[in-house]
Design a protein around this ligand. Structure first.
Ligand code: NAP
Length: 267
């Protein structure tokens, strides 16, 4: 699918899935806006993109700054065709060990920040009668699993918001795509929050044995080209778990509870 002449804004473009998506959209001819906090990493991604890019570094939860950043994004080429809400953080802590503030941070970064950016981009898209939101959720937005009470809640919220936004606006020419990755080899686990709010500081086996970000980006673009409103990006056991959630949720709850019991036995 060609994105020639399209303006695509990718948040969390400084690493992982966002970096791979930025390059993939650029390969397809898009002009790409790159956002994230680390300017040096955004510079590297911009250099690796084929087409033209605009770097707009931001802290996604700096809500006072967002209107000005959206104005710069819209002012670059006169519009935004696609907003990829990808910036996010994960969690690796049991609910019983997790401070309330950590839940607040996960909800801010993974739910309220993409919601706020969407709110600010939506009016111009509605006025034009076209536009596309691609919201990177997670399998954790479909399935509640161990060590992810806050992350799972935030991603469930993002999916609920996205599905309702689509229901309200598809007739008006807007597209809303939800992406539910399983395990993708990125920095997500290393940067995940521990119960006290500190960064975990190391990856885990599930993530390290996951699919590559480039493969995830290709799966996402293929799903979009096929017109899917929800795109699972997973293989193996995690893909099976997603299917089980819809065909036999009670069985899935047994599987997830067994994981919780195993983890408790190891403690
Ligand atoms: N990897 C997986 O297995 C997996 C599975 C399911 C869902 N996901 C989702 O995929 C998305 C991308 O994650 P990833 O796996 O690619 O992880 P990653 O490599 O850690 O990338 C996360 C990106 O989000 C940005 N970011 C984080 N907090 C931010 C903030 N407060 N303000 C602005 N930017 C922020 C980071 O940029 P800076 O550090 O430059 O700010 C970085 O570019 C996330 O929404 C994640 O939940 C990932």
């Amino acid at each position: 699918m060609s994105y020639s002449g399209k303006i695509v804004w990718v948040t969390g473009a400084s690493s992982g899935i966002g970096e791979a998506l930025a390059k993939a959209f650029s390969d397809q001819g898009a002009s790409v806006i790159l956002s994230g906090r680390r300017v040096g990493a955004l510079d590297d991604v911009a250099r690796a993109c084929r087409g033209d890019t605009l770097e707009l570094p931001f802290e996604a939860t700096d809500y006072d700054a967002l209107p000005g950043i959206v104005a710069q994004a819209e002012g670059w080429k006169g519009r935004i065709d696609v907003l990829v809400n990808n910036a996010g953080i994960s969690q690796r802590s049991l609910g019983k060990d997790t401070k309330f503030e950590v839940y607040r941070e996960l909800m801010e970064v993974d739910f309220f920040a993409p919601l706020r950016l969407t709110q600010l981009v939506l009016p111009a898209m509605l006025a034009r009668g076209e536009g596309h939101f691609i919201n990177i959720a997670s399998v954790a937005g479909k399935i509640g699993g161990v060590l992810r009470t806050g992350y799972s809640a935030a991603k469930h919220a993002l999916i609920g918001y996205s599905d309702a936004l689509r229901a309200e606006n598809e007739y008006a020419g807007l597209k809303v795509t939800v992406v539910t990755p399983g395990f993708v080899r990125t920095n997500i686990a290393t940067h995940a929050r521990s119960g006290d709010g500190s960064e975990r500081g190391r990856s885990d086996e599930d993530i390290d044995s996951g699919i590559s970000p480039d493969e995830a980006a290709l799966m996402i673009l293929a799903g979009i080209a096929a017109g899917k409103r929800e795109i699972p990006v997973a293989r193996g056991a995690i893909a099976e778990a997603l299917k089980l959630k819809s065909i036999d949720p009670e069985r899935l709850f047994d599987v997830m509870a067994a994981q919780g019991a195993m983890m408790a036995a190891r403690e």
